[in-house]
Design a protein around this ligand. Sequence first.
Ligand code: ADP
Ligand code: MG
Length: 255
Amino acid sequence: MDPIIDLTHITKTYRSKGKSVLALKDVTLPVEKGSFTTIVGPSGCGKSTLLKIIAGISLPYQGRLNYKGREVASINTDVGFVTQDSNLFPWLTLSENVELALKIRGVSKEQRAQAAQKLIDTMQLTGFETHYPFELSGGMQKRCSIIRTLIYDPDIILMDEPFGPLDAQTRLVLQDELLRIWDTNKKTILFVTHDLTEAIALSDKVVLFTGRPGTVKRIFDVPLPRPRNVFEIHNEKGFTDLYHEIWSHFKTEIK
Ligand code: ADP
Ligand code: MG
């Protein structure tokens, strides 16, 4: 195994207003390069906290986080972070939002436009380039936030319940698109969801966390063949057994 991220004994305590909250306790998790790993666990068990630690935006913590063999002690700019809200800049058009990271890096206008258009076309957003976020549907905003992250070619993409607020059909379409992009670009994806079907449909491994303080309870391999059909995943041989197995361990963590 070649872990791109290696978490060992990660413990995180938040301190605010004189109180302390133990969010994560002794999390040890290697994430293999090129893999699709999904974390599931009860609300408040520290899933978002773990992604923030990996992105280098939740300091300090105890334990060790190695990224490509080196310790992360500040913001890790090799990591792309797709948060729960789309977080698009409302005063920028779709294209401008997508191009922003390249603009900051000083990439020429022509190159930026070319790279953005390719991704916009891949995500079926063609024709909406000059629209502002408020003129886009929730699913389109989500697509925009994903390609805005892809454009600067991060090694790892962290995704925190990215499809949470979307309707069931749009979720399936975006899951399907995400798998295609992952397959083409060979990125490492660390994904968080509360939806077990989504976790199984997308992942190589499903990591189940305990209730707070969150720690790894169990890791499940997902042996379903690829490419996967997310629209029919429940009919895939082995899906139901795996779903019930994970759920039997998950439900005991929900209080
Ligand atoms: P999850 O994403 O699994 O729902 P979080 O990582 O958001 O969980 O939160 C884990 C725990 O840490 C929760 O009890 C939450 O209230 C607490 N927490 C999260 N962020 C902060 C913060 N900035 N300050 C204090 N407590 C926090
Ligand atoms: Mg969260």
